[in-house]
Design a protein around this ligand. Structure first.
Ligand code: SAM
Length: 330
């Protein structure tokens, strides 16, 4: 498989592997992280991925490491369910390398890239609502909001209006149709950035509920990690990285007890559930970026779980337009 694992050395070091540990690789992909983790003797690993096309790579690893590796095709927000089904309770390490794999991007048929002709799909799980369903069914106002928030596209309204006008004539069904339409609406390519870049990114994040998935995973990780267990996250997008950064910051700072006159409320007795030993974000080395340019936007953050109970759940991301209101047609 054609995917070079990103920040592999740093991710493995942060996991602090040793004998007898139970690990979860939440984004199996081509198995780059999993394969490296299993080089450490006597660790057990559960690999998760929602993309059915990674099964072949998972089966290979199952043959190579019988009894030490298992794979489950599932969204990582269902981590607790996956652990329960596997007969595990607490675990010692959770690693995520969020985003799309090179296999997903490079295959036109998956519809992730404006540079490759294909159906407007973008579904990692290959099921449910596709990018074409979103583009052809959501009201223009919601499309504009998605492009603005998830793509940080300044001309979000113009893009949404162009889509609205075109779909009245004919549904938009391919990556090339959408890319061309956006180029007409937003102007030609400036430098290396294609005008469709941000809209495609926004659609991908929305279709796969990437921020919702990550939020739920962070909360689940807090509940299932053993004391001193490691949470290691590699993110490629600033919205995802910010989510991880804010979560770990919130969970690693003891709330102030206030003055001695402040009543001791429930909140004031919570203890930090994570220890942010590595405060500064890690980035790929210059040599890694030179060898693998796709690694350039990677950001790695990690923290270790304390003994304190999980903190109460507060919403970490605002409500998105509800994808379940759409009908899966393609
Ligand atoms: C960047 S790749 C991981 C590559 C992997 N670390 C390797 O070295 O081969 C990300 C993978 O995570 C999967 N993925 C992304 N979001 C997911 C989610 N919410 N649940 C399960 N799998 C997810 C994608 O399908 C993709 O295969």
């Amino acid at each position: 498989m054609n995917h070079i694992p990103v920040m592999l050395e740093e991710a493995i070091a942060a996991l602090s592997l040793s004998d007898g540990k139970l690990l979860v690789d939440c984004t199996f992909g081509a198995g780059g992280y999993s394969r490296e983790i299993l080089k450490s003797p006597n660790v057990q690993l559960l690999g998760l991925d929602r993309d059915p096309s990674v099964k072949e790579a998972a089966d290979e690893l199952l043959q190579e490491r019988p009894g030490r590796f298992a794979f489950r095709q599932i969204a990582f927000s269902a981590l607790e369910q996956a652990l329960q089904d596997h007969g595990w309770g607490k675990v010692d390490g959770i690693v995520l390398d969020v985003g799309v794999s090179s296999m997903q991007i490079d295959q036109g048929i998956r519809g992730f890239s404006f540079m490759r002709e294909g159906p407007l799909d973008m579904r990692m799980s290959q099921s449910g609502v596709s990018a074409a369903d979103v583009v052809n069914q959501l009201p223009e106002k919601e499309l504009s909001w998605i492009f603005k928030i998830l793509g940080e596209e300044k001309r979000s309204r113009r893009a949404a209006e162009a889509i609205g006008a075109r779909r009245e004539i004919k549904p938009i069904t391919s990556t090339a149709q959408l890319a061309e339409l956006l180029e007409q609406a937003l102007g030609p390519k400036k430098g290396r950035i294609h005008p469709a870049t941000k809209v495609f990114q926004a659609l991908r994040i929305y279709v796969n509920d990437e921020l919702g998935e990550l939020s739920r995973l962070l909360l689940a990780a807090e509940r299932v990690l053993s004391p001193d267990g490691r949470l290691v996250v590699v993110a490629f997008h600033s919205l995802e990285d910010r989510l991880v950064k804010n979560f770990l910051r919130l969970r690693s700072e003891a709330p102030s007890l206030g003055s001695r006159h402040t009543p001791v409320t429930e909140v004031s007795v919570f203890q930090p559930s994570f220890d942010l030993q590595q405060r500064k974000v890690l980035m790929p080395s210059a040599s890694e970026v030179a060898e693998n340019p796709r690694s350039r936007s990677a950001r790695l953050r990690w923290a270790s779980r304390t003994k304190a109970p999980a903190m109460p759940v507060v919403p970490v991301f605002p409500q998105m337009a509800d994808i379940t209101q759409l009908e899966a047609r393609s």
